[in-house]
Design a protein around this ligand. Structure first.
Ligand code: HEM
Ligand SMILES: *[C@@H]1O[C@H](CO)[C@@H](O)[C@H](O)[C@H]1NC(C)=O
Length: 317
């Protein structure tokens, strides 16, 4: 009887361990089921970024906006339905987030190679990594095995995506809520070394903030009148808009951030020291950024039999 119980316990523990192992992401998740996955994603992204470097930036942001809303589950890619207000029309995404058709292009190549095997969430994670390295930034091993959500939430997107008006304490608490610390926040914000923002996102900063270089403010006001021109675009890092480097941190030290939220990282507060470090130490930035992207990619993934492998990233199966 005792040995029967012991055997039962051992089996129970083993099966618990097995399901815990299944719930972990792994770099080799598709090694046998879709061995060419990473080559496919890389080749599409290489073409896309060569043609439109900003699209690399847009794919990095897409990954962030996916992971910050109910975890990295590709919920951001779901179109609205008559019964569901999705994330595409949430405040931070509407008329701003882009790259959906790039995901579609990658996904259809991946489906042709490995039918109903690879999640949209993993495609986004790989595309973001490739974008960073194609724009000259670091590379890292992407953990895989995420599955796709069947639902999206506009309300969750509005509640979780930080706006450019946020101050440092509010950025810190929004990142802390996702298990990301000040170092992760400061390193991940370095993604603003590429891409652009709309006049409506940076107008309050260049017109009303105290902590802005006056020459820079005047330069940006020309592109962004007090009324009108809301959709006019300016680079987040004017020094090298398409280069994934540390000049974003140098901009911050020169009080030439485009967004209020970015300048908050260098405003006499607790992130100043990290901004100084990254501005002069590209190796430290590369390491911390890559590590923080892995952490970002680990936010509440659906694994095992949760969720599904969407065939069309825009709708549930
Ligand atoms: C720390 C809080 C953050 C805030 C408040 C913020 C806010 C913004 C805003 C307002 C824009 C411009 C949107 C527009 O005007 O259309 C933007 C663009 C961008 N963000 Fe962030 N962001 C944050 C963090 C991040 C993170 C963590 C990443 C990625 C790791 C990221 C990647 C990007 C990229 C690459 C762009 C340019 C996209 C493009 O050109 O299409 N951001 N962000
Ligand atoms: C930061 O913003 C929050 C929310 O808007 C506000 O409650 C808080 O007082 C602000 N903190 C500082 C230090 O300005």
């Amino acid at each position: 009887m005792a040995s029967f119980r012991g055997g039962f316990l051992a089996v129970a523990i083993l099966s618990l361990l097995a399901s815990a192992a299944r719930a972990q992401l792994s770099p080799a998740f598709y090694a046998t089921t879709c061995p060419n996955l990473e080559t496919i994603v890389r080749s599409v992204m290489a073409q896309v970024v060569a043609q439109d470097p900003r699209m690399g930036a847009s794919m990095i942001r897409l990954f962030f906006h996916d992971c910050f809303v109910n975890g990295c589950d590709a919920s951001v890619l779901l179109d609205d339905t008559p019964t569901m207000a999705g994330e595409k029309n949430a405040m931070g995404n509407m008329n701003s987030l882009r790259g959906y058709e790039v995901v579609d292009a990658i996904k259809s190549r991946v489906e042709a190679a490995c039918l109903a095997t690879v999640s949209c969430a993993d495609v986004v994670a790989l595309a973001a990594r490739d974008s960073v390295s194609l724009l000259g930034g670091p590379s890292w091993t992407v953990m895989l095995g995420r599955r796709d959500a069947r639902v999206a939430s506009k309300d969750a997107a509005n509640a979780n995506l930080p706006p450019a008006s946020d101050n440092l304490s509010s950025l810190i608490s929004k990142f802390a809520a996702k298990g990301l610390d000040l170092r992760d926040l400061t390193a991940l914000s370095g993604a603003h070394t590429v891409g652009v923002a709309k006049c409506s996102s940076f107008r309050p900063h260049v017109y009303s903030d105290a902590n802005v270089d006056p020459g820079f403010a005047m330069f940006r006001k020309r592109l962004c009148p007090t009324v009108g021109g809301d959709a006019n675009l300016a680079p987040l890092d004017p020094t090298s808009p398409n280069r994934f480097d540390v000049s974003f941190y140098r901009d911050l030290m020169a009080r030439r951030a485009l967004l209020h939220s970015d300048q908050e990282l260098f405003n006499g507060g607790p992130a100043d020291e990290l901004v100084r470090l990254y501005s002069s130490n590209g190796g430290a930035f590369d390491r911390d950024f890559a590590a923080a992207m892995v952490k970002l990619g680990n936010i509440s993934p659906l694994t095992g039999s949760a969720g599904e492998i969407r065939l069309n990233c825009r709708k549930a199966n």
